[in-house]
Ligand binder design. Sequence first.
Ligand SMILES: Cc1cc2nc3c(=O)[nH]c(=O)nc-3n(C[C@H](O)[C@H](O)[C@H](O)COP(=O)(O)O)c2cc1C
Length: 401
Amino acid sequence: MLDGKRILLIIGGGVAAYKSLDLARRLMERGASVRGVLTPGGQQFITPLSVASLTGDECYTDLFSLKDEAEMGHIRLSREADLVLIAPATADLMAKMANGLANDLASTILLATDKQVMVAPAMNAEMWAHKATQRNLETLKRDGVLMVGPGAGMLACGEVGPGRLAEVPDMVAAVEDFFAGGARPLSGKKIIVTAGPTHEPIDPVRYIANRSSGKQGFALAGALADLGADVTLVAGPVSQDTPIGVNRVDVQTALEMDAAVTTALPVDVAVCVAAVADWRMQAGTMGEKLKKSKDGIPALDLCENPDILKGLSSMSEGRPGLVVGFAAETEKVIEYARAKRERKGCDIIIANDVSDASGVMGGADNQVHVITGDGVDSWPTMSKQDVAVRLAQTIAGALDK
Ligand SMILES: Cc1cc2nc3c(=O)[nH]c(=O)nc-3n(C[C@H](O)[C@H](O)[C@H](O)COP(=O)(O)O)c2cc1C
């Protein structure tokens, strides 16, 4: 896949620097030649000797090297590559790039290069979420820099959250995609996915909820991102890791989910997987905890939540080109889902059986029926991950029509 491709790998000063050694190896296995540059920070974590031994080339570290700069090494390195890949990219390196600083070898190469740059950030979750880092990220994206990751999960600092270096196979896939000419079918498409349940508070300690785990929606968001889409995942309260390359917005209630979806518009595709509560408390959350009383059981005065799927489907201006809904039914699955498609006005309904016997709610597998204007396509039972991959391809195919 990468035969003859020359990759300049810049390794920044993060704990994840050791993973860049495996990355170099995997890229070389696929036929690429890799040349390493270690930042001063990077050298605190791995040595130039490891990089040079693995890549079979010199590892470059110094801007003011008499030997290398006799032939303008920083310019040469920046040009003698087909792709400049930074992994891990520290907050510091991203800030330098976004602001055009050139005060060491790596940043000078990045300013001097005329080649595509791809960044794999890795840092503490607070550093990643910091407004400055997010501002720099936006600047880099606007400048045409490609991003891979970060993912979420356990970080080297012991905290959990976004900021984890993308897994090596994902970085390799991103490099392969780049050399395949950005041939991913959803490149340039903006997609919203909603996932998980919503929690509708009754009083400060109680809420109305459902058993949705968010697994299917999260898997779908990841699969859409893998096909190149720019995915915003609006997630109810779940404990799922954010898929690589997906922008996640966490919400609690249906009203918050509705607002987050509206904020993410306009999009090319909206996929409503979330199990949004139909009702919430009419008068809002009670200020004090509801007490048992001899007057009997309190009546919960409920009102309807906004219908996010219907709202998106019926937008008179700026409607997403494709609106996909999920129908969770416990009986007459196809019949009810067909009726739901008509009622909501969406383009595709994915129907699944969520009765206790199916084990779909919270389970690993799913069996879905894809209902369009053309009819029903019933897929066999498969993992939610496989459903997600096939569904992402179906969405790409529907946009292509
Ligand atoms: C133990 C340790 C781990 C660090 N891990 C990270 C990290 O994962 N990401 C990051 O952006 N900075 C991290 N830093 C801070 C950077 O090393 C520091 O900002 C450095 O100046 C980055 O230099 P560079 O971007 O030129 O490599 C870490 C620092 C220490 C001491």
